[in-house]
Design a protein around this ligand. Structure first.
Ligand SMILES: C[S@@+](CC[C@H](N)C(=O)[O-])C[C@H]1O[C@@H](n2cnc3c(N)ncnc32)[C@H](O)[C@@H]1O
Length: 249
């Protein structure tokens, strides 16, 4: 079901105001100030651990917050969105910042790319808007090379009534708030192995890898630059680390 959340994405005004008024502050607002957009970006980069240059797809990129940061690091980034207004805004911001992002008008449920064509995928907040998240995750897995990482940030289902009530109301606007266990199951069905999932307030910051969890030998990625396979003792998931004392991401 789509609703006002999806329709409003097609307005130029929404696209223009989204980053300065909401995206740049949303992480702080949603976590009561305990986390920030900058930390989110750093965590994404750290968890992807990509050699430069790698080919990266940003799924539901909006104005390309992730895509532009990754492009600034030297990666070859494709940003995909159904909203032309957001893609135009992304091009404007990328030009302002002097970075090159390939913005593509496409639906994440049917990506116009061959199998195994990307070294990594990122998806910031968009899972909450996709009409069929399991299908979008299968498409993400399809276009990833074996061993390539996927970074996901989304608002997970609230556990208490206090958070659940607004989420139920927001469903009417077309937003969905999946449980982290359901996202994990969808990823597993798509052939993505969970590496790490951390909860910060209602936010879930999770990383997966296509296939067995081993780092890839990617066409555009010199194998020597990749970390070795994750040691077995580090492979266990740490889903839902509520109140983790881990000072890092
Ligand atoms: C919450 S915004 C995501 C923001 C962006 N990823 C970021 O980190 O700033 C959701 C975006 O997903 C896009 N979107 C929703 N459904 C989509 C679909 N089926 N295919 C591609 N993009 C989609 C919307 O147009 C919107 O720009």
């Amino acid at each position: 079901m789509s609703g006002p959340a999806q329709w409003s994405n097609h307005l130029r005004l929404t696209a223009r105001l989204y980053e300065p008024l909401w995206r740049g502050r949303s992480i702080g607002v949603l976590t009561g100030g305990s986390y920030s957009t900058e930390r989110e970006l750093e965590a994404m980069i750290e968890r992807l651990a990509l050699p430069v240059p790698s080919t990266v797809i940003d799924l539901g990129c909006s104005a390309g917050l992730y895509a532009r940061r990754l492009a600034a690091l030297g990666h070859d980034v494709v940003g995909v969105d159904v909203s032309r207004a957001f893609l135009v805004e992304g091009e404007r911001l990328a030009a302002d910042e002097g970075v090159a992002v390939h913005f593509v008008h496409a639906d994440v449920h049917a990506l116009p790319f061959p199998d195994a064509s990307f070294d990594a995928a990122v998806c910031g907040g968009s899972l909450n808007e996709f009409a069929d998240a399991p299908r979008a995750l299968r498409e993400a897995a399809r276009v990833l090379r074996p061993g390539a990482p996927l970074w996901l940030m989304y608002v997970g289902r609230a556990e208490g009534a206090f958070g659940r009530v607004p989420q139920v109301l927001l469903r009417a606007s077309g937003l969905r708030f999946p449980r982290a266990v359901d996202v994990a199951a969808w990823c597993s069905d798509a052939g993505l192995t969970g590496e790490r999932s951390v909860r910060r307030g209602p936010l879930v910051l999770a990383s997966y890898r296509k296939g067995s969890g081993l780092a890839p030998v990617a066409a555009s990625s010199p194998a020597a630059a990749w970390d070795g396979p994750t040691p077995l003792r580090n492979r266990r998931f740490n889903w839902e680390r509520h109140g983790s004392r881990d000072p890092q991401r």
